[in-house]
Design a protein. Sequence first.
Length: 91
Amino acid sequence: MVNQRGQEMILPTKGIPPQRSLLAVGAQVLSILDEPLTVSQAWLRLKAWRDEHSHRSTLPFWWFALSLDVLYAIGLLEMQNDLLVRVNRSA
């Protein structure tokens, strides 16, 4: 994924700190997704998790939504009956 300035967003860059990269936010989403959740429930849990773990950088909803897209694209997340479901892959 590339932002408006043509910068990569999935991995950390000079302009995107590691804790805000889509891959890192996706990992945070997976850490709170211990059961199927609605998008709204996952958003609220993620914000609470970030507060508990001292992540002070602002995370807008659209960035969260992009992280869901990344997780779906790499096969780690699915929607089932309007719920986000973590896909467990064995090696």
